[in-house]
Design a protein around this ligand. Structure first.
Ligand code: URA
Length: 471
């Protein structure tokens, strides 16, 4: 087994050329990664000298060399061995092997490439400069891989007007007096002391942060904890989480309240006309037909969805598309005839964006939910159901408050005519999107909620006869 040791891509390339000219297959060579092990002695003991021989010409396409060079910034002790295997295969099998998505090496290549892209993106997005007493700016950034080299031009162009240095645990870049100096060594660091620049940044972050949109899962996915030490604003996160509920309350309190006057709506026909004439939010123009509710006007059970979809908008009726069909099937399986209920939506227009001819669903905005809520309440007061089953989070929050969750216990609410039991359950669209055990669980949950709705005293025997449980 021949052993080589490389610190960077240029060294590896020279050594790989040597190994190729000796026809050394990947299984007969081993590379030490000097940069990873930082064991410079290995370099001395490597046996590269033995192959100090004639040079053979290899023709590689530039793009492939570029790919190898990019992959070499992946911080893995096996990177040189992996690159050599790719190179060998490229020369012996031809470029076609790269087109096989099931090939183990190709998959690893794509995985590394994707991770490098993410690391590089995060470095651009989350790097924070701090002013130093000497007047220049310094940023320390905990990158996972050797991505700074590929970003020299990006940072030098973007921050050309200031003197700065960027230090990662593995690399550094200095930009002083318009000249860039990149070094293949960095510095491991702990959290950094704050300065005036941080205070400015924290003020900006506090003022632009929207507590109603707090989503820790998404925050952690985009801004993983290992990066927090670079970023002054992350010290605000625990405080913001702790106070976000109060802040949402304050925002809701302070928001201008637009209230439709629904006092003259005495029948479902009135509601349907008012909905089609409504101009209360942006959805009222250019988003197609308003879709009113449908079903029994004195149904004991009201089912409330989110908003009409593509099919519903075209048909002018709620729940007639794929999720409506799934809902109908589930209701049938639970022996609850569709004709025994009243079906409606929280928002009466189909919010969407266009992609060519396709109309892609978008969640309704708070403004639309708030405006349309008046119609929903009017429908409830006209139909006077005994049970309302909210499908999904939009309807649950519109009726049960902004903190409602789908697994909240049922509650009794008063809409001005007596007690109504309100239940929340998964939306059929969520069931369709889910797979495997998750799908089974959601389906089970929805069926369970339907059974709870039906078992409420009064929903069986006080419903119009022959409408509930038609058999
Ligand atoms: N999803 C809903 O929430 N409502 C419909 O009417 C159709 C799909």
């Amino acid at each position: 087994m021949a052993t080589f040791s490389s610190f960077n891509f240029d060294q590896w390339r020279d050594q790989a050329r040597l190994a190729l000219s000796q026809d050394l297959g990947p299984e007969t060579v081993h590379w030490n990664d000097l940069r990873h092990s930082k064991d410079m002695d290995l370099f001395q003991s490597s046996d590269t000298q033995e192959y100090n021989i004639r040079s053979k010409q290899f023709h590689l396409n530039r793009q492939f060399i570029g790919t190898l060079s990019r992959l070499s910034s992946y911080r893995d002790p096996q990177r040189w061995n992996f690159l050599y295997r790719l190179l060998w295969r490229y020369l012996h099998e031809g470029a076609e092997f790269l087109d096989d998505p099931l090939d183990g090496d190709v998959r690893q290549m794509h995985r590394w490439s994707k991770e490098l892209g993410r690391d590089s993106h995060k470095c651009k997005a989350f790097l924070r400069f701090r002013k130093q007493p000497e007047g220049f700016y310094q940023a320390r950034y905990a990158s996972k891989h050797y991505v700074l080299k590929g970003l020299v031009e990006y940072f030098s162009t973007r921050f050309a007007a200031m003197d700065f240095e960027i230090i990662t645990p593995w690399e550094s870049l200095r930009w002083f007096a318009g000249k860039a100096q990149y070094t293949e060594s960095g510095e491991v660091f702990d959290a950094i002391d704050s300065d005036d620049f941080d205070d400015l940044w924290l003020t900006y972050y506090r003022n632009t942060y929207n507590p109603a949109r707090l989503n820790m899962k998404a925050t952690l996915a985009e801004m993983p904890k290992y990066l927090w030490k670079n970023m002054p604003e992350t010290e605000l996160i625990p405080e913001m989480i702790a106070t976000s509920d109060q802040q949402v309350d304050a925002m809701l309190e302070a928001a201008p309240k637009f209230q439709l006057d629904t006092s003259s709506l005495n029948s479902l026909t009135d509601v349907s006309r008012a909905v089609s004439e409504c101009r209360a939010c942006l959805l009222c123009d250019g988003f197609g037909n308003a879709v009113p509710g449908r079903g029994q006007k004195d149904a004991a059970i009201m089912i409330v969805g989110e908003q009409p979809g593509d099919h519903e908008e075209k048909a002018g009726k709620p729940f007639v598309g794929p999720s409506g069909k799934l809902l109908a099937k589930i209701l049938r399986e639970e022996s609850l005839g569709e004709e025994s209920i009243y079906l409606t939506n929280t928002v009466k227009h189909f919010r969407h964006r266009k992609e060519g001819a396709r109309r892609i669903h978008m969640r309704p905005s708070q403004t639309s939910i708030h405006a349309c809520r008046a119609f929903l309440i009017a429908e409830i007061q006209i139909v006077r159901p005994q049970v309302i089953l909210c499908l999904g989070i939009t309807s649950s929050r519109a009726l049960r408050g902004v903190y409602a969750q789908l697994n909240d216990a049922e509650e009794i609410l008063d809409f001005g005519f007596g007690e109504v039991k309100v239940i929340s359950g998964p939306h059929p669209a969520a069931i369709m999107r889910a797979a495997g055990a998750k799908r089974e669980q959601l389906l089970f949950d929805l069926k369970q909620r339907i059974r709870e709705a039906v078992s409420y005293p009064g929903t069986n025997d006080e419903a119009p006869s022959g409408l509930l449980f038609p058999d």
